[in-house]
Design a protein around this ligand. Structure first.
Ligand SMILES: *Cc1c(COP(=O)(O)O)cnc(C)c1O
Length: 388
């Protein structure tokens, strides 16, 4: 029966795969929901003869369900679920050796910058930052030992858009692996493997989980040998989440498409509202026709996402006051869940990038637009501006 379900999965639409891929009805009870499989060890019929599971760090049925589902959504042959986005990134980057060089987009997630510059660099990995909006600039940055080009699009928190096909071409001309952090777009809006990426990274803590109640990470990829190496490293390092974590993420994925539709729709309304306010000097959103990456975003994304950043007139002081003035938007790090969040990246998520090429403007505010009633979101922002 399970096999019959998989036979159809490739042909199903995104929403159907989100609900069914990797999730056959439980053969022992008929349960329609994937069980949370807590066993740490699995019985062997003879020495080394088992049903695919031996020890839960190496493989776990709930994790398998999540891996098959999210890999299917990314259009990937393989997927590995990790205990956090950073655990996924760290494990992937452990395929490198001392002397190898990484090129990181100059607007990367602060934690990725910290991992590469403060953890991997002292162990002999070289790195540099490049402006990935400009493929020619990347080409001049490529070195003979460049093994990884690491991009996000849209970026965090500046919402810069990278043309994935153009960057893939430069990375591959130098034989580097092209890694795309797809956390902001999600596979519903953008599927980087189909645009030339070799590996897709997720913090599933964000939109994939979608409810601010589980930390997790993911790598999706097509290369068989690299997938095998990652499974080896994951088991050796132990960078896994718990079965309950995997279950929660899998549950979140089921509603990813409907949540993303609402996130995108409300974000567009928030953008329009922000543009009407003279306290706002610049709105950054890939859906805006005058956004420098709009054309690439329209080509490679289904919609433009739920994240909006803007700069506040009056500088850092005004931005900091605005960040504490909303009520429906909660002042908090993280993003991508059902509730709306507001933050000041310079003092919060990106504080560790101060003084580096990844520093962000200090009058910048980032919104993660949730799926609450739109009039409440717009009214909350209006009241906060009026209080400034
Ligand atoms: C949150 C985040 C990460 C790190 O993921 P964790 O789950 O917090 O470890 C990586 N990339 C992006 C874009 C993120 O937003």
């Amino acid at each position: 029966m399970a096999d019959d379900v998989f036979a159809d999965a490739e042909a199903w639409g995104f929403e159907t795969r989100a609900i069914r891929a990797g999730q056959p009805h439980d053969p022992t009870s008929g349960a329609v929901v994937t069980p949370i499989s807590l066993a740490t060890t699995f019985v062997q019929e003879d020495v080394g003869v088992h049903r695919g599971y031996e020890y839960s760090r190496t493989g776990n049925p709930t994790r398998t369900a999540l891996q098959e589902c999210l890999a299917s959504l990314e259009g990937a042959a393989h997927g590995l679920a990790f205990g956090s986005g950073m655990a996924a990134e760290d494990t992937l980057l452990r395929t490198l050796a001392p002397g190898d060089h990484i090129i990181l987009g100059n607007d990367a997630y602060g934690g990725t910058f910290r991992l590469i510059s403060a953890v991997l660099a002292p162990m002999g990995i070289e790195w540099s930052a490049a402006d990935l909006t400009d493929p020619a600039a990347l080409a001049t940055e490529m070195r003979p030992n460049t093994k990884v080009v690491w991009a996000e699009t849209p970026t965090n928190p500046l919402l810069t858009v990278i043309d994935l096909e153009a960057i893939a071409e430069v990375a591959h001309s130098g034989d580097a692996m092209f890694v795309v952090d797809n956390t902001f777009a999600t596979p519903y809006l953008q599927q980087p493997l189909s645009l030339g990426a070799d590996a897709v990274i997720h913090s599933t803590t964000k939109y994939c989980g979608g409810h601010s109640d589980v930390v997790g990470g993911f790598v999706a990829l097509n290369d068989d040998a690299l997938a095998e190496r990652l499974a080896y490293l994951q088991n050796a390092i132990g960078a896994i989440g718990s079965p309950f974590d995997n279950y929660l993420t899998l549950r979140g994925l089921k509603t990813l498409a409907v949540r993303m539709d609402r996130h995108c729709e409300s974000a567009e309304a928030v953008v329009e509202f922000l543009q009407s306010r003279n306290e706002v000097i610049e709105v950054r959103y890939p859906g805006l026709p005058d956004h420098p990456g709009h054309e690439a975003a329209a080509r490679q994304m289904k919609k433009f996402g739920g994240m909006v950043s803007f700069r506040v007139a009056g500088g850092k002081d005004a931005a900091m006051r605005l960040a504490v003035s909303t009520q429906v938007f909660s002042l908090a790090e993280s993003l991508g869940a059902v509730e709306s969040l507001i933050e000041h990246p310079g003092a919060m998520t990106h504080a560790s990038a101060a003084g580096s090429p990844l520093e962000v403007p200090d009058d910048l505010i980032r919104l993660s637009v949730g799926i609450e009633s739109l009039p409440d979101l717009l009214g909350d922002l209006a009241a906060a501006f009026d209080r400034l």
